[in-house]
Design a protein around this ligand. Structure first.
Ligand code: WAQ
Ligand code: MG
Length: 266
């Protein structure tokens, strides 16, 4: 019989505002270590430390668990964030997003996609053809949850990413999230860059084109970022999509290809 697996999820706030969240799926024997690691992330930094941390462990029903392969990784080197944003819009268009919708979406993340131009806690869902938004709560958006690298492969994946110069924790976390998103019903593409002021690399992910990193999508110091999931109407139900993204447990047990970084247009 397979060992029990647990979804361990952490979220942290500072003065009532969302600060960070992270999650893993691990065997029972790793739960306490992983919970402690996740809590340490938001309680040991020297700059901002959370004042409220919530960590939850929940057993996963193994009958519902899916296994999947991570998307191939490519990296585009751009000269600055302006070129980066143009590249993002172009990659979205190649994935099947309308060109005008793609341009507007990039601008939306640049401005802040939440109410009053704030950063959302989760992702916006947008019609790839019309730009219409579907998420019910524009502060929260859709939160992708219950996905991880299978524990027995984590070391190997981390080592291979590290060898390719992609050892930053954010890379594997974003790759896993994007891997779940591009495997979801109705998804055409995802656009993302971090709200962390110092982290300027972002990506466009798409089912047929994989995880396409773009070296700069904003300037250092900019606290805005977010995610937009583009959908093709008529190919999914919102209920099914939300349920898959938020609740379906997915474990990645294969890494995709890692392409060498390439200068855009050169
Ligand atoms: N589900 C949906 N949206 C989320 C989630 C989630 N679980 N977590 C974060 N977001 C949204 C939210 O609006 C955040 O402000 C935004 O995404 C950025 O989150 O070099 O670090 O965790 O290959 O800051 C991408 C490039 C890094 C990594 C992305 O995102 C690389 C990153 P962050
Ligand atoms: Mg963040």
């Amino acid at each position: 019989m397979d060992a029990p697996l647990f979804s361990v999820r952490m979220r942290a706030t500072l003065r009532g505002r969302h600060l960070a969240g992270a999650e893993r799926i691990v065997p029972l024997s790793d739960v306490s270590q992983v919970a402690s690691d996740l809590i340490l992330r938001v309680t040991s930094a020297d700059d901002v430390v959370a004042d409220d941390v919530y960590c939850h462990a929940e057993r996963i029903d193994l009958d519902t668990l899916c296994h999947a392969k991570l998307p191939d990784i490519s990296t585009w080197q751009v000269s600055d964030y302006r070129q980066g944003r143009a590249v993002a819009a172009e990659l979205l268009a190649r994935a099947g997003v309308d060109q005008d919708v793609a341009n507007q979406a990039v601008q939306l993340l640049a401005d802040g996609a939440g109410p009053d131009a704030t950063v959302m806690r989760g992702a916006a869902i947008m019609d790839a053809a019309t730009g219409e938004r579907f998420e019910r709560d524009r502060s929260r958006g859709i939160r992708v949850s219950r996905m991880d690298v299978a524990t027995e492969y984590r070391r190997d994946f981390e080592a291979r990413l590290n060898q390719a110069g992609l050892g930053h924790r954010r890379v594997l976390e974003a790759l896993v999230l994007a891997g779940k998103v591009v495997s979801a019903p109705g998804i055409v593409a995802e656009l993302c860059w971090s709200d962390a002021p110092e982290y300027t690399t972002g990506y466009v992910a798409a089912p047929a084109h994989g995880y396409q990193r773009i070296s700069a999508l904003k300037t250092v110091g900019d606290p805005r970022g977010g995610r937009i999931f583009f959908v093709r109407s008529g190919t999914y139900s919102m209920l099914e999509l939300t349920d898959y993204l938020e609740r379906q447990p997915v474990l990645f047990d294969r890494l995709g290809g890692i392409n060498p970084a390439t200068r855009w247009g050169g």
